[in-house]
Design a protein around this ligand. Structure first.
Ligand SMILES: *Cc1c(COP(=O)(O)O)cnc(C)c1O
Length: 422
């Protein structure tokens, strides 16, 4: 590649990066390790370690059970209020609890029950496997003859809006999609898809796991009904960090959480009598929250809010464009395909490159080249770019190393078999 592909050019982009200082807020103790899997697990904010230590030593160690009254009880709601600012919601519309999969289950069941008589659930082929499984399981559980319509993807990368319009009708109870697709990074137009579902009278449930913290999201202006999302990807909340759920305020009193636990009950500590839903968003809670992992979530959210999502998105687009430029110059001639959308407005913050030998190339990157991307079947090597800490120099170096793997055939010594965890 010409000048644009030089290391000097990458350094110049880093030197002009208005978010460059945020990298120092994260633990980066091995600069030669190129970490490009932040869309699966974000790096650890330094402040997260301090916060968890305080929760352990001061709160649990010294305050014991009193900790519940001194912040643990309201932690999920307080963090929900901060995440609300990342997704264009009101503070009382978001709460941190359970896992994304469990939150999705709760809201899918609640939504279907709110649309009796309608029998269709619409999703797309790009949605996350766990989301598909939850939908299949709920259909089986409810036993009311719901039908799942899976809109296919073009080339495994894109889902045209016209395909959704074609299947959403007055029999559709629920439209549920990943805002940004985990494999290709395709991004739906959240406002337009919400509008088309509402025109048909359907409820919309967005999975924001792969977009929250990476781009501005405005559920409020779109009038979106429901959403769930991860906190351990671009929000850097830590392994197994709890998820968040969003329920538009006017829907909260009309929907029922299908898991009746004491944290979602009215008058939780009045142990007499039967379950009745608690007020507002609280009714979507289930049981005792994981306080230690919830405490780890706040530092990353604070960094995202401080950096601002417009700036994060601008850098994310510049970085994915930059990576795609290097792919075109260096990797396309070696047989790599671009398995992410070319147009930036429909692309999230990772780039998937396909290669028939992708699995073994991924292995060689990890074991020989000190690059950590991840791999998604059938042939996608995903490079997650997190504007708070990923540098242009890292992207440049990772693409150089990727090219070296293939040119020097370093991958050929590895077996073609799948590994259990990718
Ligand atoms: C990562 C991800 C999840 C993960 O769900 P868990 O319950 O945390 O395992 C769900 N949905 C999407 C779209 C994701 O990207």
């Amino acid at each position: 590649m010409t000048e644009g592909g030089s290391q000097a050019a990458a350094r110049a982009l880093d030197a002009r990066d208005p978010l460059a200082a945020f990298r120092a807020a994260f633990v980066v103790d091995d600069p030669d390790l190129l970490y490009l899997d932040g869309n699966s697990l974000g790096r650890m904010p330094r402040a997260a370690a301090a916060r968890v230590r305080t929760t352990l030593e001061e709160e649990w160690g010294r305050r014991l059970i009193r900790g519940w009254g001194e912040g643990w009880f309201t932690l999920g709601r307080r963090l929900g209020g901060k995440i609300a600012r990342c997704i264009g919601a009101q503070p009382d519309e978001v709460i941190v609890c359970d896992s994304t999969t469990v939150d999705l289950f709760k809201l899918v069941v609640a939504a279907l029950r709110a649309r009796p008589g309608r029998r269709t659930i619409v999703t797309d082929a790009l949605n996350f496997p766990s989301d598909h499984y939850v939908l299949q399981g709920v259909i089986e559980l409810l036993g009311q003859g719901h039908r799942l319509v899976v809109v296919p993807a073009v080339d495994g990368v894109t889902v045209p809006e016209s395909q959704l319009t074609a299947v959403v009708d007055d029999g559709t109870a629920l439209v549920t999609l990943s805002h940004a697709a985990f494999r290709s990074a395709f991004v739906h137009d959240l406002a337009r898809v919400t509008a088309l579902a509402h025109q048909a009278g359907a409820i919309v449930l967005w999975d924001l796991s792969h977009s929250v913290g990476a781009m501005p999201i405005d559920l409020g202006t779109a009038g979106a009904d429901l959403a769930v999302g991860c906190t351990y990807k671009y929000l850097c909340g830590g392994p197994g960090a709890p998820a968040f759920l969003y329920v538009r305020r006017d829907l909260q009193e009309r929907l029922v959480n299908p898991i009746w636990g004491w944290f979602g009950r009215r008058d939780q500590f009045n142990f007499d009598g039967d379950w009745a839903p608690g007020p507002g968003i609280q009714r979507f809670l289930v049981g005792t929250p994981p306080v230690l992992s919830t405490a780890a979530v706040e530092a990353g959210v604070d960094l995202v809010l401080e950096a601002g999502l417009d700036g994060i998105r601008a850098k994310s687009v510049a970085q994915t464009e930059y990576l795609i430029g290097l792919w075109e110059a260096w990797l396309a001639p070696l047989g790599f395909s671009l398995n992410s959308p070319r147009d930036a407005p429909h692309r999230g913050s990772h780039v998937s490159l396909g290669h028939p030998d992708g699995l073994r190339i991924d292995r060689a990157l990890i074991e020989d080249m000190r690059v950590l991307p991840d791999f998604r079947y059938p042939d996608n090597i995903r490079f997650g770019l997190v504007p708070l800490y990923t540098t242009f120099t890292e992207i440049h170096e990772a693409m150089l190393r990727l090219r070296r793997v293939v040119v020097d055939r370093l991958h050929e010594k590895y077996p073609r078999e799948r590994l259990a965890i990718t």
